[in-house]
Design a protein around this ligand. Sequence first.
Ligand SMILES: [Zn+2]
Length: 314
Amino acid sequence: MLSKTKQKSRWQLAAVLSTLLYSGIATCHQDHSHPNSAIKQAAEFGQATYLGNEAVMIEHGDTKILFDPFFHNSYGTYQLVPEAMRQAMMQGQPPYDNIDAIFISHAHGDHFSAQDVLTYLTRHQNTWLVAPNQAIEQLYRFAEKEQQDMAAIKARLVAVPLNFGDQPWRNKVNGLVVEAVRIPHAGWPQRADVENLVFRVALADEGTKQESNVVVMHMGDADPDDDHFRPFKAHWQRKVTDTAFPPYWFFYSMEGNDILTEHINAKQHIGVHVPVNVPKELKATGKQFFSKPGQQQTIGNGMTKQGAEDHHHD
Ligand SMILES: [Zn+2]
């Protein structure tokens, strides 16, 4: 299984390299709709940057999205987004400029601040928000309390109206192909009322703005119970995810690991929501996780940095 994956990524690297060699010819054709166009090859990969708790920025060419970027509650345990990073995001300073969309997994204090998100969307008129109803309602309540006008941002709010057991939700948002499934919050059946979303997002290609093959999955605080994931088998199978970001507790049980490897159809899993004091048990799993703001990982086509290095040493 492992060597098969390795072989596949070698083949893909060879394909990318050979296409790059011929990119001069491809550019002459100006055939941007062709799947092997130079534009597509030049921006083949995506990059994930860790910000804190479950906050991750994903970039692919000039497409950028943020998951759970603004929150203030660490519950004394989890990694806050460092203040300098939060300010840079809020001001739209590079590399946090030109964000296409913000995604909210659920409206808990370690994932979402209504005030920050409202301020951000008011300042950044090209950024859309995709969030569960509960987060959108909090935004409206906050705006009402502060007597803030929602007129400037209303059109860019996309509420995901999923009830427990509903079929997956799909929409195209600002060039992104967005899908969401409501998976209960960890601790089920407690907190059953929490609208926790598992997002699968295909980023857009630079230039053409067509759906790319860079696909990520953010799982929020999903409960690692097979019963939640099995009913959506067809959804997971429909599209391959390059990198999924499960909460680290998925690595702790056989059931959680099975969901990642057997169900969700992702090539790579990077744990998030890791406590500041990284548990020994987590290190012992040998799994990949983000725990320090600023950590980065190349994603897309299963071509991780590790994979590229493997090839190099052959
Ligand atoms: Zn949480």
